[in-house]
Design a protein around this ligand. Structure first.
Ligand code: ATP
Length: 329
């Protein structure tokens, strides 16, 4: 049976939906689908509220929000619920930033972008029901990795996934503008989810001038207060890839002025352990004129990225086999 192009599948579509699900997962997934399909919210407008969710463990805390594991009462679907107090947002003068984040993130649907499933508010709070990324911030993993850095296979895979997410953003006229390991989450399947669209901008073709983003990741055109476009994200991807491989961003300095100077002079040092392929990629992204930076599609097809990603897939297979053997013994 082929699935007709209706927006929401119904019970009749279940056999086709389930055809690729492994035998051992058939029963629980079928039950989950049936529960979701019988929900009042399925396929039609629904006013979600905090009453629809049971709140569970605390997952983390940000400047303006606390994040909890939460379970939708009817389907038992798990989400990460970010709860923000309106009063705190007002005091911090970030209401517009949060609304922009909600507006942009709810439109973006990509495997490497954290999904905002729904959102709602009550008198005092705003709730964001987010997809779960159970391994948390990538930053934490970078800090706990040997020598505070990732090996080349891992760095290449992550660089590919971020390039893929950014490419999707740019095709939808969105610039992220605040890329850094703190704004990227990791899932239990070693996949990245780009989060934190608080600084991102919807850009129907015009160049922008707002100074935002983190100092170490600022591109030269933003340091100099010039207008900029979506190629700022390629610069940030270059910094991110360097930080993955080296453990710290390339223009780090003890003072802000020191960092600004290094960015302007493009003063970058490549440690000897970096391969020529990775250096070529980073140098292609960290070019001063935005239009000279290699494209995100070229990042995804870069020979270093492709070879190293294949190695990462093997590493993960070996890790998986190791886990299976441990369970058997
Ligand atoms: N979708 C999610 N899945 C799992 N854990 C999450 C998720 N979202 C957030 N967290 C955890 O909660 C913490 C706080 O998230 P939050 O988005 O509020 O922080 P933040 O991005 O640092 O915010 P801010 O920019 O306000 O400081 C994160 O560092 C992460 O550990």
């Amino acid at each position: 049976m082929t699935l007709s192009r209706t927006k929401h599948a119904n019970r009749n579509h279940l056999p086709a939906l389930m055809s690729k699900v492994p035998e051992e997962h058939q029963e629980p997934i079928k039950n989950m689908c049936l529960k979701m399909m019988s929900h009042d919210a399925y396929g039609q407008p629904y006013d979600w509220s905090a009453r629809d969710f049971e709140m569970g463990a605390h997952l983390g805390r940000g400047k303006f929000g606390r994040v909890y594991l939460a379970r939708e009462r009817h389907s038992h679907y798990l989400v990460a619920m970010k709860v923000m107090f309106k009063e705190e947002l007002r005091k911090g003068n970030v209401q517009r930033q949060v609304l922009r984040e909600i507006e942009i993130q709810s439109r973006l649907k990509h495997p490497n972008i954290l999904r905002l499933l729904t959102w709602f508010h009550d008198e005092s709070r705003i709730y964001l029901a987010l997809e779960i990324a159970s391994e948390g911030e990538l930053f934490k993993h970078l800090r706990t990795a040997p020598n505070h850095r990732f090996d080349e296979p891992r760095s290449a895979k992550y660089t590919y996934q971020v390039a893929n997410a950014l490419n999707y953003c740019h095709l939808n006229n969105v610039i992220h503008r605040d890329l850094k390991p703190e704004n990227i989450l990791l899932t239990s399947t070693d996949d990245l989810k780009l989060a934190d669209f608080g600084w991102s901008a919807h850009t129907p073709n015009n160049k922008r001038r707002t100074l935002c983003g983190t100092l170490d990741y600022l591109p030269p055109e933003m340091v100099d207060g010039k207008s900029y476009d979506d190629t700022v994200d390629q610069w940030c991807l270059g910094i991110l890839c360097y930080e993955f491989l080296v453990g710290n961003p390339p223009f780090e300095s003890t003072t802000s002025d020191g960092t600004y100077d290094k960015i302007r002079r493009l003063e970058i040092r490549y440690p000897s352990h970096l391969s020529s392929g990775s250096k070529e990629l980073i140098a292609g992204l960290l070019r001063k004129p935005g239009e000279g930076r290699i494209t995100l599609v070229d990042v995804m097809t870069h020979p270093w990225v492709k070879t190293q990603m294949a190695k990462r897939a093997l590493q993960l297979q070996q890790l998986e086999r190791g886990k299976e053997n441990k369970v058997k013994n």
